[in-house]
Ligand binder design. Structure first.
Ligand SMILES: [Zn+2]
Length: 133
């Protein structure tokens, strides 16, 4: 990936994970550039298929494109930061928990393990600091 594409994707993210919204500035390790549609599914290394993800979101998402909706138990595609608006699918509670607002929201939150207790705790601390993105 060339440096200009990398810079564009990083700047477009606004400095936070495009899945769980945790700001980069609270981490020493750089967030990763993630293929929304993984290369193994013929996803290309182009602006419209790339997103910034924290290491935990990236690790849990892996090559997944969909998951099982915890409510309906139907197959639901995952949140796509390039075509979906975060606030239409998720909201963040003051507790730091991320709650789904659509079938895509809770399915993505589950697959990416967004509500792992340490992550919820970190988001709660960030909220207290008034610095959440
Ligand atoms: Zn994340």
């Amino acid at each position: 990936m060339d440096a200009s594409l990398r810079s564009f994707v990083v700047e477009r993210s606004g400095g936070h994970c495009e899945y769980c919204q945790i700001p980069q500035r609270f981490f020493t390790e750089l967030f990763q550039i993630e293929h929304i549609v993984a290369r193994q599914h013929r996803g290309m290394t182009i602006e419209s298929n790339l997103a910034i993800a924290c290491s935990r979101c990236n690790l849990h998402k892996g090559p997944n494109l969909a998951g099982i909706d915890p409510l309906s138990e139907g197959l639901v595609r995952l949140f796509n930061p390039r075509i979906d608006i975060w606030s239409e699918h998720f909201r963040q509670e003051l507790s730091g928990e991320i709650v789904g607002k659509s079938a895509i929201g809770p399915t993505t939150a589950y697959v990416l393990d967004m509500n792992e207790p340490r992550r919820v705790g970190l988001r709660a601390e960030i909220i207290v600091l008034g610095e959440h993105a």
